[in-house]
Structure formats: C-alpha cells, structure tokens
Design a protein around this ligand. Structure first.
Ligand SMILES: *[C@@H]1O[C@H](CO)[C@@H](O)[C@H](O)[C@H]1NC(C)=O
Ligand SMILES: *[C@@H]1O[C@H](CO)[C@@H](O)[C@H](O)[C@H]1NC(C)=O
Ligand SMILES: *[C@@H]1O[C@H](CO)[C@@H](O)[C@H](O)[C@H]1NC(C)=O
Ligand SMILES: *[C@@H]1O[C@H](CO)[C@@H](O)[C@H](O)[C@H]1NC(C)=O
Length: 414
C-alpha cells in the first residue's frame, strides 16, 4: 500500500534530479528566481511586510487544544498566498495547482478553527526574526518532507537568500542567510536502521524457517539522522506509514525481522510490536543526544483517504470538500477496520511510547482526517491515485501553523 507510493516518489525524484537536462533547466530557473527574489526583496525594503500576516492578532492561548476544532470555509483566499505553485521545492506530484487538480485552489479556502482559540497563519517574517541562529530538522518519511517543503516555501517567499546544503546526513537542507536559520529534512522510513537480510544456514531465524526479509536493528538509528540531535535545536519526528506497508515488508516473502544488540529478537515479533521497541529505543536515543534546550516534537500519524479499495486496488479520493465528523469516524475508527485504519493504530503506539518523555506531541491527525479533499488524487501523475501525500500549498501549511504556535508558547514561557 503506502510503500509503492513512497517508492514511486523516490524513484522519480532520483531519476529527475540527476538528469542533465533538468540540471540545465534548474540553473536557468535559479537565475530567474534570483532575479525575482531580488526584485521581491527590493519591494519589501520599501513597503512593510504584507498586512495580511502582520495584522493577525497574537491571540493564542497556551492551554487551548489546537487539535480539536473544525474547518471553516472562507471564500476570500489568503491574499497574497503564503507561497504558490512556483516554489521549486514542491515535488511535482504534490503540486496540485500546476497539475490542474480541479479543487487545488479551493483547498486553500478552508481554515482550521480550534474550539476556544485561533490558529492564524504564521507570520514568516516574524518567525525568521524570532528564530535567528536556529536549526530545525524534520526527521521521518515523505509526509514529513511534505511538511518541510511547506515551511521552506513559506520562508523562501519572504527571504530569498538561501544556501542549499545537507547538514548532518540530511536529504536536503537550506539556510536562510540573512537570519542564519537552517531547516533540513532527514529521510528515514522506520527511524531505525534496516536493510535486506538473507539467511545463512545456522542461525536461529533460519532454524525457524526464515530465508529472506528485512533486518531492522531496533536500537540503531538510521544513519541519515543519527547526527541530527547533535545538530538541530528543534526536531520534528514522524514514522508510521512504512510499518503498515505489506507490499514492501511482506509478512511471508519479505518479513520484518527485528534485531536488538545485534542478535535476532525471538520469538520473532509482529511489525506493531517491533514499532514499540523501535520507538522506545529512538526516544531515549534522542533524549540522550539532543542539544541542551533542544525542543523535541513527535508528529502524529497523517491519515490516508483511500475509498473503494486500497492504493493498489483502485482506491481513490475524489472528494471536493472536507468530510463530516461522522464520515471521518466511519473511515478511521479502529472498530470499523477500514482501508485507512492504520492512522489511529499508529497513534496508539506513539502516545504510549511518548508518555513521560521530553517530546511534545504535534497532533495533526484529527484536523487532517477531515481533509479527504486535499490529496493530489489523480493529479499526482502516478498510475494510481495519491490519497496519502498532500497538495502544496495545502494542509501541511496548517501543520506548520500548529508547530509554530507551539514554539511561540514554549518561547513565551521562558
Ligand atoms: C485534543 O483534541 C483531540 C482531537 O479532538 C483529542 O484527540 C485529544 O485527546 C485532545 N487533547 C487533550 C489534551 O484533551
Ligand atoms: C495544466 O493545464 C495547462 C493549461 O491548460 C496545460 O498547459 C498543462 O499542460 C496542464 N498540466 C498538466 C500536468 O496536465
Ligand atoms: C548560526 O546558527 C547556528 C545554530 O543553528 C549557530 O550554532 C551558529 O553559531 C550561528 N552562526 C552565527 C555566525 O551566528
Ligand atoms: C482488518 O481487515 C483486514 C483486511 O481488510 C484483515 O486482514 C484483518 O484481519 C482485520 N483485522 C481485524 C482486527 O479485524
């Protein structure tokens, strides 16, 4: 299910980013964007930052539950939008405006309204000012990349001088030079290190009949992010989709085989029990290795919205509007055991593992469950519908509003 979708994404990316033709186009685009950014900057130097942002009142109550609320339709789209389809970091399959998704602009007209407080769009200028000399790392799967890109595009729109680099094993990263603010994405599917395993003749797993699979070292962080806790001041983790991806980790032909301290865990564990072990080890690894005063977030699971079958069974997400609470219950309740049931199952594991830890939970699940309208769907350009990732601009912009509201509350307390 999820794995094929994720696979396609990464293959296409690899193919496109290394082709010479796209490099040529890229350098052209860079030249053009430098010019555009320069003119943008000059304009900003004269006019004050857009009132659409700076006029937003700072009315955030530290005790409010931002995750409980509803989506309200606002036909007057944010103007100017915080960024648009021309932001080059947007992966093609997520660029719903360029991909002509019929409701690509409509998606942006829905505003999240928490009960009892507001979650206004964050102000990118103020954010850059306030978080000077700060480094922010997103660690996780392509859904965390989706969130990272949203933040990048919002910041790039107001501060164009950017250095591209890859700190500490990151897949991609950027420093906003005027502010010395770095944001980076560290790609990891399971958080723990894993790789193909094919048995020998004598081991315990072989004696249990295993020949092929994936070895997952529950106590070793993936190399792509192992240095990230030393490097970043703010970290946002996620994992989830790949733990329920039987097309990659097939329980029969390519099962997950868990190792701890270098030896197989026996009896072999089901993936969800392996997830618990990995979370436990990774949480304590991060707590031990994080910088002093680091701020740690774990993002909850991002819901998929396949209806009428899973991704490889012709499932689709043709909705044009957010769904009603009853419909969300129908799609996601654990009792119903529907196609997208993993959403809340993953969260049960996360909440258990994070209880009593130094991590704050960034709860985006509930607000996202309503947004069946906000996936690329057929505009993703794949053979199957993409009902897992999110259109950009789109929902993950609101995830970043939530992240930044949390950060403001933390800084405000100090
Ligand atoms: C906040 O709201 C969400 C969504 O309704 C709910 O799942 C969660 O339990 C609430 N959190 C608290 C601390 O009440
Ligand atoms: C979207 O529509 C425009 C204008 O009709 C067209 O030029 C472009 O090729 C379309 N893009 C895709 C991905 O279909
Ligand atoms: C830039 O920010 C990093 C933290 O991300 C900090 O360690 C470094 O000292 C800063 N550099 C300057 C020149 O202030
Ligand atoms: C949930 O549904 C799947 C197939 O759709 C099935 O394999 C599994 O056994 C079901 N789980 C429960 C707890 O009913």
């Amino acid at each position: 299910m999820a794995s094929r979708a994720l696979h396609h994404t990464s293959k296409k990316l690899a193919a496109s980013s290394y082709s010479l033709a796209s490099r040529a186009v890229l350098s052209l685009l860079c030249a053009v964007s430098l010019y555009l950014c320069f003119s943008l900057f000059r304009k900003d130097a004269v006019a004050p930052p857009s009132l659409a942002y700076s006029a937003v009142p700072e009315k955030i109550n530290g005790n409010c539950n931002y995750s409980s609320g509803r989506w309200i339709y606002d036909p007057t789209v944010r103007s100017p939008p915080r960024y648009d389809h021309t932001c080059k970091e947007i992966f093609k399959g997520w660029n719903c405006i360029a991909g002509n998704k019929s409701n690509a602009v409509e998606i942006l007209r829905w505003q999240w309204k928490p009960h009892g407080c507001d979650l206004p769009p964050f102000d990118p200028w103020r954010f850059l000012e306030k978080f000077r000399d700060t480094s922010i790392g997103f660690v996780g799967d392509s859904l965390n990349r989706n969130m990272f890109v949203s933040l990048f595009c919002a910041l790039k729109k107001v501060s164009g001088e950017v250095k591209k680099w890859r700190p500490a094993g990151a897949d991609r990263g950027f420093t906003f030079l005027k502010y010395n603010l770095t944001i980076a994405y560290h790609r990891t599917n399971l958080l723990a290190r894993y790789g193909r395993w094919s048995g020998g003749t004598s081991g315990i797993l072989e004696s249990l009949g295993y020949r092929d699979g994936y070895r997952i070292d529950v106590d070793i962080p993936d190399g792509t992010w192992a240095e990230a806790p030393h490097f970043h001041d703010i970290l946002i983790f996620n994992t989830g989709h790949w733990w329920w991806a039987p097309s990659k980790f097939n329980p029969v032909t390519s099962p997950m085989l868990f190792f701890e301290k270098g030896v197989p865990v026996t009896p072999p564990l089901a993936p969800d029990a392996g997830l618990d072990m990995v979370l436990q080890h990774m949480v304590s690894f991060v707590e031990k290795n994080a910088r002093k005063n680091a701020i740690l977030f774990f993002r909850t699971q991002s819901p998929r919205h396949f209806e009428g079958g899973d991704w490889d069974q012709g499932g689709s997400c043709p909705r044009q509007q957010p769904i009603a609470p009853e419909e969300a219950e129908h799609l996601f309740s654990i009792e119903n055991n529907g196609t997208n049931v993993e959403t809340r199952l993953v969260n049960e594991h996360l909440y258990r593992a994070l209880k009593g830890s130094k991590f704050q939970i960034l709860d985006i699940t509930r607000m996202s469950e309503f947004r069946a309208d906000a996936h690329p769907s057929t505009a993703g350009g794949k053979r199957h519908d993409d009902c897992m990732h999110w259109c950009l601009p789109g929902l993950t912009d609101t995830w970043n509003d939530l992240l930044i509201a949390h950060l403001r509350n933390i800084r405000g307390r100090h």
